[in-house]
Design a protein around this ligand. Structure first.
Ligand code: URA
Length: 195
């Protein structure tokens, strides 16, 4: 069984956390990954985007959102006037690719959760954008649908959190792109209210 998140003692700085993730064997995904995917961008940014898990390209390159879904995310960030290296930090719920991009399993999410929790605690973003069902449901500890979670300000560890669609879903469901754009504008408003 995976230990509960609270039971895990984590390293005291980014370099050591990154190294610990790179060597992680806390769940079965360590057996099939090429490498772990820690995060991308600026860990001092005011925006944090949280996705689901590395896909094929991410697993090969060791960076989140570098495949087709990442291109869409980059375009949306650019449209908001955000530089993807300077203005945002991007991480996933899972640091390892599930085989054939299957859905994350509950015990995998539980095993990996302390890493994201620590990343958020250190970054202290002004707003978190949860991209897709797994990010939203994990961070909010709910089974509610994306549709019912959108357009509201939630909270994770004292940080305002906004929910939107996953870019990979948007690639398959173009009409919802406009809603995702509304979500980003809403997130920007929430962030501005933080001062
Ligand atoms: N989808 C995700 O959720 N995260 C990535 O890093 C890539 C695709």
């Amino acid at each position: 069984d995976a230990p509960s998140p609270a039971a895990v003692a984590l390293p005291a700085d980014w370099d050591n956390l990154r190294a610990e993730v790179a060597a992680c064997q806390r769940c079965r995904l360590c057996e099939t990954r090429t490498q772990t995917v820690f995060a991308r961008g600026n860990p001092q940014a005011r925006w944090l985007f949280v996705g689901e898990a590395p896909g094929e390209q991410e697993d090969l390159q060791g960076l989140p959102f570098v495949g087709p879904a990442g291109k869409l995310l980059d375009n949306m960030l650019a449209a908001l006037g955000l530089d993807r290296e300077q203005d945002v930090y991007i991480a996933n719920v899972l640091k390892c690719r599930p085989p054939r991009n299957r859905n994350p399993q509950g015990d995998e999410i539980l095993a990996c959760q302390p890493y994201l929790r620590q990343q958020i605690a250190w970054q202290q973003p002004a707003v978190i954008v949860a991209l897709g069902r797994f990010a939203a449901q994990t961070l909010l500890d709910t089974e509610a649908s994306i549709g019912s979670l959108r357009s509201k300000v939630h909270e994770y560890a004292g940080v305002p959190l906004v929910v939107s669609y996953h870019p990979a879903y948007l690639l398959r469901t173009l009409p919802d792109k406009a809603k995702a754009w509304q979500d980003l504008l809403f997130a920007r408003e929430v962030m501005r209210r933080q001062g």
